[in-house]
Ligand binder design. Structure first.
Ligand SMILES: *[C@@H]1O[C@H](CO)[C@@H](O)[C@H](O)[C@H]1NC(C)=O
Ligand SMILES: *[C@@H]1O[C@H](CO)[C@@H](O)[C@H](O)[C@H]1NC(C)=O
Ligand SMILES: *[C@@H]1O[C@H](CO)[C@@H](O)[C@H](O)[C@H]1NC(C)=O
Length: 184
């Protein structure tokens, strides 16, 4: 009997201490964030304009590669326009902001870490975050969408990147991004 009381007392003490230690976290009803609704699948197609040595550079190398014969170790920061159509002067709907880093010792392969920050219509202020492997000479590169903000809260999905043009001298490239995004 005394043992039972002691065990009960210990359990109550444990419950109380867990409750107070857990004050920073709580379980919520998903309805409060609209998560009871069916997820939507949104397809976005944008054109990504990266210019290193072109007229209005949008990317800068902040760390040179470890050797001149590869891109391994190079790190560049970008703030690239995203447009509705292929020409650079077509409507800008947002910017791709982030880093691409040479992460492959055998071919030209980048680790892409970027936010697509949209600035048009109902997407204004919303972002998606893309983190993935970009083997630039491959016809289609698939990269995950790992999250988002605004309209794209709780986003997940993937993008397909296809190079439309690349000029070696100016290092100006245009890449089509088809984004498939699940969100609420
Ligand atoms: C790369 O080439 C440049 C000249 O084009 C040279 O100054 C530099 O030392 C080279 N870097 C390496 C790591 O070999
Ligand atoms: C975009 O640039 C092309 C030339 O590259 C020009 O022919 C066209 O008129 C421009 N369009 C707009 C909307 O400025
Ligand atoms: C987008 O949002 C910003 C900041 O709220 C605002 O200044 C801008 O006018 C908006 N642009 C459009 C196209 O709605």
């Amino acid at each position: 009997m005394t043992n039972l009381i002691l065990i009960l007392a210990a359990q109550i003490f444990l419950l109380v201490s867990v409750a107070s230690a857990g004050d920073f976290a709580r379980t919520m009803n998903q309805k409060h964030l609209g998560l009871h609704k069916k997820e939507k699948l949104t397809h976005l197609r944008v054109y990504w304009h990266n210019s290193v040595n072109g007229p209005n550079p949008s990317a800068v190398m902040i760390q040179h590669p470890v050797s001149n014969s590869s891109t391994f170790g190079a790190i560049s920061m970008m703030d690239d326009a995203l447009t509705l159509d292929v020409p650079r002067n077509s409507t800008v709907v947002g910017h791709a902001q982030g880093i691409y880093a040479g992460a492959d010792q055998r071919e030209i392969g980048y680790l892409m870490v970027m936010n697509f920050a949209f600035n048009t219509g109902k997407y204004n202020g919303s972002t998606i975050t893309i983190v993935g492997r970009n083997i630039v000479w491959s016809k289609v590169r698939e990269m995950p969408v790992v999250g988002g903000s605004g309209i794209f809260r709780f986003a997940r999905g993937y993008v397909e990147a296809r190079t439309k043009s690349f000029h070696l001298k100016s290092m100006v490239s245009i890449v089509e991004y088809n984004c498939y995004i699940l969100h609420y």
